[in-house]
Design a binder for this molecule. Sequence first.
Ligand SMILES: [Zn+2]
Length: 311
Amino acid sequence: MAYLGFESGGTKLVVSLSYDGESIAASRKINRPHDNTAEQSLNTLLETALDLLKEHGLGRESIQAIGFGFGGSVNSDLNKPLFCLHEEGWSELGAADQIRCQFRGPVYWINDCEAAALAEASLLKHVSHIFYVTLGTGVGGAFVSNRRLFRTSAEGNSEVGHLLVDDDFYTPCPCGSSGCLEAVCSGPGLLRLAKRMFPEEGITAPEQVTTGYLAGHPQFQEVMEQYILYLAKGLASVMTLYDPEQIVLGGGLGQFVVEHFQPRLEDGIRDKCYLPFRKSVSIHAWTAEEQAVGMGAIIYAREQSGIIKLY
Ligand SMILES: [Zn+2]
């Protein structure tokens, strides 16, 4: 018996295979073309999964359950994807039926940040309350308390990316609002911020800012200073609302931030969060790293299909 984890993100599509449901035995990552449709992404995931099974001498019937870490909103009551801000067509695709046609096991849909949060919680067994934030194509979040996902709505929770942090409310966010944390602290948000601060530099990618910062260029240091101020403002609201033992930052940008700005970010959050919670501010980078979404999606699928109990 084995499990599959699917991940559909803004820049990548990943299929993970697990035998024990707790660790990833093998995974395949494919770069997602920015103009992919939902149908193209799903077909890529299915073909990749079938190749992976073949490579490991497994038949389709050996898959006991599939977890889909979806880079968008999921209706957890109806167990289906709702919409994705960077890829149209998921709601009408009938993706669950198409996956079910290929494999024996049932498929369970979970938001990718929620999946990553479950994976981190499973690895950080000594920590009871974790707030996970991913900094990537978007900014997403999930709160896990005593191994249980905090959910009050079937259509999304802990939407940290859409907290208002920017006084310039003309900064557009993919959600349709403006001034959101995602509008200035996602990868595209960092680029937007850099272009706004230094329009004459001709900056075209967020990586230019991070590499420019590492090379010591003053203008990129200034951009990162402003970025950390916005991020601290958003995470201070997270502290005030949830008082987690740890805030875990994931995604390549999240890892970069922890590596280079951890003390400064923690101080920035302490400056702004509710006074009694200041002592518990603690920022960490993701532990499961690139496997977080796949691993968490598989954990969720096992829990939903009654194979394991998380709490
Ligand atoms: Zn927004």
